[in-house]
Design a protein around this ligand. Structure first.
Ligand SMILES: CC(C)(COP(=O)(O)OP(=O)(O)OC[C@H]1O[C@@H](n2cnc3c(N)ncnc32)[C@H](O)[C@@H]1OP(=O)(O)O)[C@@H](O)C(=O)NCCC(=O)NCCS
Length: 199
């Protein structure tokens, strides 16, 4: 049995172990994870979600920041001028990682859908993220496209100045490419044509 729930402060040491193992050693420092916890606040809940198994072990994380709690991602490259809504109306999907043996079973999509529900209920207009182009089986871009995210721009070597051991590139620098993608949450209201009936 797997369960999706909001992150708690006492999860942070286990999250550090999980992200070191699944994303790459030192991708997130303990201090960054403290900040992640603060930035995930949405009203009286947190929109960063955890996937845990019946023994309480962390098997996935959907890091999510509401508008106003973030300005840029971990790497270099963001094009707000191409978004349909501005930074103060846009949430950020920071990282989504599912344990290797659980990938391809829809958990990433379910966790993201749960975070999208929380953001939508709070009136957020859109979400931006940096998809990892080289992710195994193209899983990153595929799950985002299934959710309706659209491509905005590509940023080569987006993570080159992040000092971590990428699971694909090994020693720094990471040479992977990020694809900036955007999901519109705000329901577009189409203007009704004026009645052309008899006056
Ligand atoms: C990206 C990720 C979070 C998606 O979560 P998920 O639960 O695997 O998502 P889904 O089950 O919807 O799978 C997404 C796609 O990845 C592919 N995929 C994922 N894992 C796979 C595997 N082990 N073998 C084959 N295909 C796989 C699937 O084909 C699926 O596409 P499809 O449904 O069109 O066939 C997860 O696969 C993961 O952690 N990947 C590595 C880390 C990563 O890339 N994170 C995103 C960084 S921005």
């Amino acid at each position: 049995m797997l369960n999706i729930r909001p992150v708690r402060r006492d999860d942070l040491p286990a999250i550090k172990g999980f992200t070191d193992r699944e994303i790459g050693a030192n991708y997130y420092s303990t201090a960054e994870l403290e900040l992640m916890f603060e930035r995930s606040r949405l009203g009286d809940t947190r929109c960063t979600l955890i996937l845990e198994d019946e023994s309480g072990e962390i098997r996935g994380i959907r890091i999510t920041y509401p508008p106003g709690q973030w300005e840029h991602g971990k790497g270099e490259g963001l094009k707000p001028e191409l978004w349909p809504f501005d930074l103060k109306s846009t949430a950020y999907f920071q990282s989504l990682f599912i344990a290797g043996d659980l990938r391809g079973q829809g958990w990433g999509g379910r966790m993201s859908a749960a975070a999208i529900r929380l953001l939508r209920e709070a009136g957020v207009k859109g979400i931006v993220c940096h998809s990892w182009k080289e992710s195994p089986n193209n899983s990153s871009t595929r799950y985002l496209q299934k959710l309706g995210f659209q491509m905005i721009a590509e940023h080569k070597e987006y993570w080159r100045n992040v000092n971590y051991q990428c699971t694909r590139c090994g020693n720094p620098p990471c040479r992977c490419t990020a694809q900036e993608m955007y999901l519109i949450l705000h329901p577009w209201r189409l203007r009704r044509p004026r009645s052309e009936g008899p006056a």
